[in-house]
Design a protein around this ligand. Structure first.
Ligand code: PHB
Length: 366
């Protein structure tokens, strides 16, 4: 049974992430929800890193033989909801989980639906309720270790009705700060600018945003960034956060309920899917054989991969952003690192291998 706090319309239209690792695409396809994704998803064989007024392509296909797919998270959500309703499994929209009553012998969740209070008893709870949900706080504080890092900047993000200026994602390091050109489709661009963490969006009229994007993304070859109507604007804070353990009794934490990555590198959604995969395998094993062993290993199996993705997201963030009070020394270190990453095949391969997604199953390694 799925309890969803928001309406179906809200979750199907809320703009979130957009980059799927190949492993994520494979899971969706193997789960029978890959048909529209295969038709409408945009396959990208690489990304561009831009600095010093020049672009440098990291060719994923050439380096690691894999690609990524641009397909908006809300489209994945639509496909999952349609599939679930298709086989008549329940989803309760606008049903708010209020409290977890018990997480050991027989877990129970109290929730509000249709103006009244209800309770469900279940075998297991999958806490997929995000960073602000009730599942993580339901674990006694003394049982949880939190590892986190806040960054002294944020992203100002826009969605605009204009074809993307480049056919692949472009990550830019500039003295004035980071900028990213991404997309949601061949008609919709998604663009980001590094800004102050307490930036007021009111100070950013559309013209100023386009102007700043053009300044940061300019190249010696005369890169042209066309503008178009901006239909959404927002500020995204940047944070790294990991909870350990990711389970307590029969309560399991998945995705943002357990960990947050800064968006540089587009790992958030993919990490959540990886957690789902580990939990699902454990549940299948339990219902087939009665063994709880794979479920007992949930935290260990998830965290081994989570920390590698944390490291990658932290590294991409550090390499591509300006920190407060950076001097010419740190500026040159950024440039040297980017020059190295784009010129050394070993370093490019490291970036590519992480960006397309680390393998799910390499015992002992990931
Ligand atoms: C996005 O399209 O929203 C996006 C793409 C790549 C990132 C982060 C966000 O690294």
């Amino acid at each position: 049974m799925v309890l969803e706090r928001h309406s179906r319309e809200y979750v199907e239209t809320r703009v979130r992430a957009g980059v799927l690792e190949q492993g994520t695409v494979d899971i969706l396809r193997d789960s029978g929800v890959g048909e529209r994704l295969e038709r409408e998803g945009l396959q990208h064989q690489g990304v561009e890193l831009r600095f010093g007024g020049q672009g440098h392509r990291i060719d994923f296909q050439d380096l690691v033989g894999k690609s990524i797919t641009v397909y908006a998270q809300q489209e994945v959500v639509k496909d999952l909801i349609a599939a679930r309703l298709g086989y008549e499994a329940p989803i309760y929209f606008e049903a708010e989980a209020m409290q977890i009553q018990e997480y050991d012998a027989q877990p129970r969740i109290q929730y509000q639906f249709d103006g009244t209070s209800h309770e469900i008893a279940c075998d297991f709870i999958a806490g997929c309720d995000g960073f602000h949900g009730i599942c993580r706080p339901a674990i006694p504080a003394g049982q949880l270790q939190i590892h986190e890092r806040h960054y002294p900047f944020a992203w100002l993000g826009i969605l605009a009705h204009v074809p993307p200026a480049s056919h692949e994602l472009t990550y830019t390091y500039h003295e004035r700060g980071f900028a990213l050109l991404s997309m949601r489709s061949l008609e919709v661009s998604r663009l980001y600018l590094q800004c102050a963490p307490d930036e007021n969006i009111e100070n950013w009229p559309d013209d100023r945003i386009w102007q700043e994007l053009r300044t940061r993304m300019a190249t010696q070859e005369g890169f042209v960034l066309r503008d178009g109507p901006i239909f959404q604007k927002g500020i995204t804070p940047m944070r790294s956060f990991v909870t350990s353990p990711m389970q307590f009794g029969k309560l399991f934490l998945l995705g943002d309920a357990a960990h947050i990555v800064p968006p540089t590198g587009a790992k958030g959604l993919n990490l959540a899917v990886a957690d789902v995969r580990v939990l699902t395998r454990g549940l299948v094993e339990f219902y087939k054989t009665g063994s709880l062993e794979p479920l007992r290993q949930y935290t260990e199996r998830c965290l081994r991969r989570v920390w590698k993705c944390q490291r990658f997201s932290w590294w991409m963030t550090s390499m591509l952003h300006r920190f407060p009070n950076e001097d010419s020394f740190s500026h040159n270190i950024h440039l040297a690192e980017l020059d190295y990453v784009t010129r050394s095949r070993a370093a490019s391969t490291t970036l590519a291998e992480n960006y397309v997604g680390l393998p799910f199953d390499t015992p002992g390694l990931f």
